[in-house]
Ligand binder design. Structure first.
Ligand code: SF4
Length: 213
């Protein structure tokens, strides 16, 4: 697998979008479409501090690295970590989120992918990370166990395949569409099931047309 090929690199942020909706990931990373709504603007504002590269030390001796660029040759990943806490040379990723734990999608996959990068960069084993929820101002511990790692590997491969084929998946109208910033562009009512019906109709017409006389 040409994971070190620049064209095969998967961005860490694409994993979060894919876990929310493969079509949203395709619209953003294949079609280059992005639309802000109040949720994405709030997320950007929240990330402003964590997005400013730098470091600080805490009273209990930890070094806090902000906006640390991340890379994994082994897994073909690139991106950055909001916060990495360093204690005695041991890195722990902390991802900032604007709300509560997501009802749809999986924040933990992006965190796990960050840890995969940090393990390679620091030659470390990272058993856990944290998701910081701005709404509650609390952080949630995430165990980076075999199950989550397997799920993360699957998502990385799925995103890589999506980018390689350049095919945006069809829409599947679901309750999560109501909270999607791309809903007006995606138009899941029109581009989902009905589009599939239209494609089948077009295929039938084509096959009929191609029948030898
Ligand atoms: S509107 Fe629904 S189907 Fe379309 S990208 Fe958003 S979540 Fe996916």
């Amino acid at each position: 697998m040409a994971q070190n090929d620049e064209n095969s690199l998967v961005t860490l942020s694409s994993l979060e979008h894919y876990s929310f909706c493969p079509r949203q990931c395709g619209l953003i990373f294949v079609e280059g479409i992005w639309a802000d709504d109040k949720n994405t603007v709030a997320g950007t504002l929240l990330h402003d501090h964590a997005d400013t590269p730098g470091y600080e030390t805490t009273d209990d001796g930890a070094t806090i690295l902000r906006a640390l660029p991340l890379f994994s040759k082994k897994h073909g990943l690139v991106g950055k970590a909001d916060i990495v806490e360093m204690r005695n040379g041991q890195p722990t990723p902390v991802e900032y989120k604007k709300g509560r734990k997501k009802q749809w999608g999986n924040d933990d996959i992006q965190l796990c992918a960050q840890a995969l990068c940090l393990e390679e960069m620091f030659n470390a084993q990272i058993p856990k990370g944290y998701i910081y929820h701005a709404t509650s101002k609390r952080r949630r511990e995430v165990l980076l166990d075999e199950k989550l790692r397997a799920e993360t590997f699957q998502t990385i491969e799925a995103v890589r395949k999506l980018l390689e084929t350049g095919t945006v998946p069809p829409a599947v109208l679901a309750p999560k569409c109501d909270g999607c910033s791309l809903r007006k562009i995606c138009m899941p009512e029109l581009t989902g099931e009905k589009m599939e019906v239209a494609k089948k109709y077009e295929k039938t017409l084509w096959e009929t047309h191609e029948q030898p006389h």
